[in-house]
Every structure is written in structure tokens, then in C-alpha cells.
Ligand binder design. Structure first.
Ligand code: PEP
Ligand code: MG
Length: 630
């Protein structure tokens, strides 16, 4: 990043995202605060909570050095050697960065650690390495070979071989993956050209970093103790930069269109990372209010850090189990640090998603047993493959498993989850065998995705028990008694028949991400209908309540592992609906625990009863807000 030449004292009065300024109104009302007249408000996407005030430090994207001479005058061996040295230097830099991780807040470690793993894997014996070597053999310089190869890999990510346009979560994932290739490419080229990484050397402590865009690698290098906040003109809320900023705990707002328009270096900014509001040249009254928010936020963070070792017991004595969802094994050490009491949902899709061949029993066992052992006496709930819908796997497609064929206009309503597994039982057998073997290492539960019929559970249990018998016959050690088998309740069919289903399983896990999608007929990955996707819709809440009651009748444990489990604003409602076990993204555990510890069951119960009587999502949100404010 370099300082850009954008700094200017000119002010443009006409910003695209400039919204009505209450500061100006307030100033006019009081009549005494003349600088309120210059206050300007912008609205962006909030990506990392917190309040901050500081002078703007405007930075521009440092261009990647373009390799200017593509044909090498050196021999391929010499270029290969240069490339290997650059790889070595890049790995050393990433290792140093990893060393710094321990100094960052836990949430940062959870987010950044896996990304560094990805970069380091790419620098190992990978497709990227092979591709670069082959381009060097064709006579290119190492710089040009790296540039061309990482660009080619990024393009493959963005444009699937079938030419179909990616949408929603798939498009965001492809963007991220393409960004990872480009980022590794930039690092290698810098190291080949010996162009130093630009640090925020001139950054004044306590300033607000304002930029058009920010690369994840640069975001990872930000020292959160020096940067008050980050404001970006571009960016998406699911991108790695946003994830990093969230993880670093830096109040951040992105997609603030027009913010750089005429913004002068040093202009005072107020940033509200909870609402996405950015105020330039705040009036004295606005600054005073913002200062109060800043102090309150700093106090909150300190308290959260202390929560890790404290129990998740309510003020009225009830124990609430708070567990973590795990997407990648790399997150594992950080889950333990979050204070989570086990893994409530291990999504096994990561084993298949980028695989060219199917992971066999041994490969799966290695992963599952590693996780189970690391969790010690805390339980691990492993969900069997939830494939189908928009997801694609070369390994699965190659051998004929596809949840998304051409005849299927509604992949989310097609061969998803358990349907696909029962159609291809060898896949399920292999996974069950690996999980059962891992269950000898510690407490495990097994979860079946996308259940709509009791018959699916019966069929899966038959396979489960058959695999267990076979392993025992062979003298293979497995958990004794057999790990409990549970069902995801994530379709309206399952929610409405939960009591009957509960008779066939040992536990239930409510998946509100899909339950919301299927109940509201609203694609969870579509931006077009994002405003209709509401897990607090009365229909969804009624179903959650019904499932909890059904589980209670059948005396079966029930948990909730959709995204709302990690939203502390919703925690009192979920507890009031009768849930005693929530599983969420690891970084959310402390905030949720804080709410649990400060709430009384009776109050939560009363809140839930009131909310269940409501018909409007807006009113439900208002009641939650009112409860939060006490
Ligand atoms: C859910 O649907 O709520 C869930 C937890 O499963 P996933 O997000 O993996 O579909
Ligand atoms: Mg689901």
C-alpha cells in the first residue's frame, strides 16, 4: 500500500451514498455548533463491529509489479532456481506472519490461520508449482511464469468448465479462491523482483485507514493496536479482507461508495462498525457521542477476553452448551481457544470440495480421528456428507455422483444430503466406517443431513449398524456404545414431523440456514431475495419452537447449529424457545456466552412467548432490541 495522491482539500458536495445528515439537523436545532454544517454521512456495509474516531489516512493499492520481460535470457535451470528461492522466501514470510498470529485476538487467529494454511499449501508441491515449472521450461522468466500461471488458475476458478455463470455463495467462494491464487502470485513476484512489501510505516497511530480496496495479505499485516478503523470504498462482506478485518477486531465498514470523493488526508472520521455509518467532519456533539461509544466498546472487548474460561451458565443457573461449527480441520486449535464445549457440527464437505479423487476410509479416518483426539473429552458431532444443490465436486461428478444435473432446475430440491447418500450407499458406508473408527478416540455423534422422512433415517441406521458389525467382526476398535445417530431438522417436513422423527434418532439438530430457505421459499445464497431471507420470520420461529417441544416429548436432546446460533442478539430468544445447546462459528462463542451469563431464563421465556405471538419480523426485531437494551 502506498499513500495515494488522492489527498486534496477540495470537498465534493455530491457523494453517491451520501445520506441525510442528522448531525446537520442537530446543529441547526442547537444553533450553536456551526461546524455541524460540514458534517457528512455515508452508509456502507458493516463488516466488523465497534466504534472509532480518528483522522483519515488515505492509502492506495500498491500495484503488483508486472513482469516486464517475459522471455528469459537465463537457462530454465537458473529460472527454476530463482523460483525455488522465491518460494522459500515466501514460505519464510508466511511462517513469520503465523508467528505473529499468537499476538492477535483469538477471533483473528481463527480467521487468519486457515488462510495462511491455504497460501502455504499453494507454495508446496501443488498444481501451481507444476504449472510454473512447465512455463519456465517453455522459456519464460520465473516472474512471467508465476504471473501467467496464477492468472490462469484464478480464471479457472471464476469460469467453470461448463461456462455456467456462478451465483451467490458459489460466486463468492470462486472470487475468494481466485483472490488466493493472485495473492500468492503477487507475493512470489515481489520476492522474485525483490520489491519489498510496503508497510504502513507512515501510518499515524490511531488513524482511520481509508482505501479503495485492501488486499487480504495487507489486512493481515495491520497492527490492530495502531489502526482505529478501516473504511473501504469497495469490497464484499464475504471476502477474505472483510473476514480478516472482523477477525482483527478492527471496526470496519466497506462498500462506502463515494467516501474518497474529495476526502482530505487528516479529516476527522467517525466509524460505526455495527451499522455501517461513516461520518466525515463530525460536529462537536457527534464527536462527544462517538467518544462515549468508543469507551464502551473498549470495555466490552476486555470483558469478552476474560470469558473464555468462565462457564456458560445463565444468571438464573441453567447451563447452556455452547459449541463450535467446524468447516476445516485447520480451525481446530482455535476452536479450543474460543471456549467452545466441543464441536456441534463438523461439516465434512471440505473433504470432497476440491478433491480430484474421493477420500477413502483411511484418509477420512485420519482427519476425523485427529479432530476427535484433539477435542479430548468434549464431544464432536460429525455430519455425513451434505452434497447437492449448487456445490460441485470433481471427484463426485467423475464417478457419477451429481446433485446438479441438467434436467434439474431446482438443485436445492433435488438429490441433496441423505438422498444422494442413500442412492450411493458405498459413499455412506465408507464415511460411517471412518467415523466409527474415529469414535474409539473420544466422544462422537453422527448427524444425517436433509432428512424429510423417517424411512431415510431407518435406511441410514441399517447401514450404520451393518458397518459397525462388520468392523467389530474384524476386530476394529470402535466407540462402545455406538455413537448416537441424529437428524438435521432443516426442512419444513422434518420440522413438522419432528416428534415422529425423534423416535428414530438419538438427537436432533436444527439447521436454521436451510430451514429458513425452504420455509420461506427463499434461496439462502441469492442477493436478489436477500431481504426476504429472514430466520426470524414467525413461520421459522414457530417451527423451531415445535421441534424443541417434540424433542422434549420424546426426551431427545436438541441443538441448533444454523448461523443464528452465533448472533448474540437472538440468543435470549433461542433460550426462551427452550434450546439448551447452540453451535456456532468459533469466534461468536464469547459474545454469546456473555449474553447467556447475563440473562435469566424467566425473562427469556417471557420474551419468546411474546415474540411467538407476533406476526411481523420488524416487531420481532424491535422486541429483541428492547430486550437487549434491558
Ligand atoms: C443449516 O442448514 O442450518 C446448517 C447448519 O447446515 P448447512 O449450513 O451446512 O447447510
Ligand atoms: Mg443445512
Amino acid at each position: 500500500m502506498t499513500r495515494s495522491s488522492r489527498s486534496s482539500t477540495a470537498r465534493s458536495p455530491a457523494e453517491g451514498a451520501h445520506v441525510a445528515s442528522p448531525g446537520r439537523r442537530r446543529g441547526a436545532e442547537s444553533g450553536s455548533e456551526s461546524s455541524a454544517a460540514t458534517e457528512r454521512q455515508f452508509q456502507g456495509e458493516p463488516v466488523s463491529p465497534g466504534f472509532a474516531i480518528g483522522p483519515a489516512f488515505i492509502t492506495g493499492e500498491d500495484p503488483t509489479p508486472e513482469p516486464d520481460n517475459c522471455r528469459s535470457t537465463l537457462s530454465p535451470d537458473q529460472e527454476r532456481e530463482r523460483f525455488s528461492e522465491a518460494v522459500g522466501r515466501s514460505i519464510t514470510q508466511l511462517t513469520k506472519l503465523r508467528g505473529k498470529l499468537a499476538l492477535l485476538p483469538e477471533e483473528s487467529q481463527v480467521e487468519i490461520g486457515p488462510l495462511l494454511d491455504v497460501y502455504q499449501r499453494m507454495l508446496g508441491p501443488s498444481r501451481l508449482q507444476r504449472g510454473v515449472m512447465s512455463r519456465i521450461d517453455d522459456g519464460l522468466t520465473a516472474e512471467a511464469a508465476v504471473h501467467d500461471e496464477t492468472e490462469a488458475l484464478a480464471r479457472v476458478m471464476l469460469v467453470p468448465p461448463d461456462g455456467e455463470k456462478l451465483r451467490g455463495e458459489d460466486a463468492a467462494a470462486a472470487e475468494r479462491r481466485a483472490g488466493e491464487f493472485r495473492e500468492v502470485g503477487r507475493r512470489l513476484i515481489r520476492n522474485l523482483m525483490r520489491t519489498p512489501f510496503l508497510a504502513l510505516g507512515q501510518f499515524p497511530d490511531g488513524a482511520v485507514l481509508v482505501a479503495e480496496t485492501l488486499r487480504p495479505a495487507d489486512a493481515a499485516l495491520i497492527d490492530p493496536s495502531r489502526v482505529a478503523a478501516v473504511v473501504l470504498e469497495n469490497g464484499g462482506t464475504t471476502g477474505h479482507t472483510a473476514i480478516m478485518l472482523r477477525a482483527l477486531g478492527i471496526p470496519s465498514v466497506i462498500a462506502v461508495h463515494g467516501i474518497l470523493n474529495g476526502l482530505a488526508e487528516g479529516t476527522t472520521l467517525v466509524i460505526d462498525g455495527d451499522t455501517g455509518r461513516v461520518i466525515c467532519d463530525p460536529a462537536p456533539k457527534t464527536i462527544r457521542q462517538a467518544r462515549r461509544h468508543v469507551s464502551a466498546y473498549a470495555r466490552e472487548r476486555q470483558q469478552l477476553g476474560r470469558l473464555r474460561r468462565l462457564s456458560s451458565r445463565m444468571a438464573s443457573g441453567e447451563k447452556i452448551q455452547l459449541q463450535a461449527n467446524l468447516e476445516l480441520p485447520a480451525e481446530l486449535p482455535l476452536i479450543a481457544q474460543s471456549g467452545a464445549a466441543g464441536i456441534g457440527l463438523l461439516r465434512t464437505e471440505f473433504l470432497f470440495i476440491n478433491a480430484e479423487t474421493l477420500p477413502d476410509e483411511a484418509a477420512q479416518y485420519e482427519i476425523y480421528s485427529g479432530v476427535v483426539s484433539a477435542m479430548g473429552s468434549d464431544p464432536t458431532t460429525i455430519r455425513v456428507l451434505d452434497w447437492g444443490g449448487e456445490k460441485q465436486s470433481e471427484a463426485l461428478t467423475r464417478i457419477g455422483f451429481s446433485g446438479d444435473d441438467e434436467d434439474n432446475e431446482n438443485p436445492a430440491l433435488g438429490l441433496r444430503g441423505i438422498r444422494l447418500l442413500l442412492l450411493h450407499p458405498t459413499l455412506l458406508e465408507t464415511q460411517f466406517a471412518a467415523i466409527l473408527r474415529a469414535s474409539a478416540k473420544g466422544p462422537v455423534q453422527v448427524l444425517l443431513p436433509m432428512i424429510t422422512l423417517a424411512g431415510e433415517i431407518v435406511a441410514a441406521r441399517e447401514i450404520y449398524e451393518r458397518v459397525a458389525r462388520r468392523l467389530k467382526r474384524k476386530g476394529v476398535e470402535i466407540g462402545d456404545p455406538l455413537p448416537p445417530l441424529g437428524a438435521m431438522i432443516e426442512t419444513p417436513a422434518a420440522a413438522l414431523t419432528a416428534e415422529a422423527l425423534a423416535r428414530y434418532v438419538d438427537f436432533l439438530a436444527i439447521g436454521t440456514n436451510d430451514l429458513t430457505m425452504y420455509t420461506l421459499a427463499t434461496d439462502r445464497a441469492s442477493a436478489e431475495v436477500a431481504s426476504l431471507y429472514d430466520p426470524l420470520h414467525p413461520a421459522v420461529l414457530t417451527m423451531i419452537s415445535g421441534v424443541v417441544t417434540a424433542a422434549l416429548h420424546e426426551r431427545k436432546p436438541v441443538s441448533l447449529c444454523g448461523e443464528i446460533a452465533g448472533d448474540p442478539r437472538i440468543t435470549p430468544l433461542l433460550i426462551g424457545l427452550g434450546l439448551r445447546s447452540l453451535s456456532m462459528t468459533a469466534s461468536a462463542v464469547p459474545r454469546v456466552k456473555q449474553v447467556v451469563r447475563s440473562s435469566r431464563y424467566e425473562d427469556c421465556h417471557r420474551l419468546a412467548r411474546r415474540i411467538l405471538a407476533e406476526t411481523e419480523g420488524e416487531e420481532i426485531r424491535r422486541l429483541l432490541e428492547e430486550f437487549r437494551e434491558g
